[in-house]
Design a protein around this ligand. Sequence first.
Ligand code: ZN
Length: 62
Amino acid sequence: MPIYEFKCPNGTVTEKFVKMGTKEIECPKCHQKAKKLISLCTFELKGGGWYADGYSSGKKKI
Ligand SMILES: [Zn+2]
């Protein structure tokens, strides 16, 4: 199971083991929704819909 990184609105990045398809978690610090980041080292080319339907609304903001 891959490690994903999640980033909350406050900018806190949390690494967590989650199931494939998990889109967001609760930030352990501020308890807001933290959205999944795509990490180069854990990215898997599996195709499928999780990327398209899960990430399209959350394009990265820097
Ligand atoms: Zn937070």
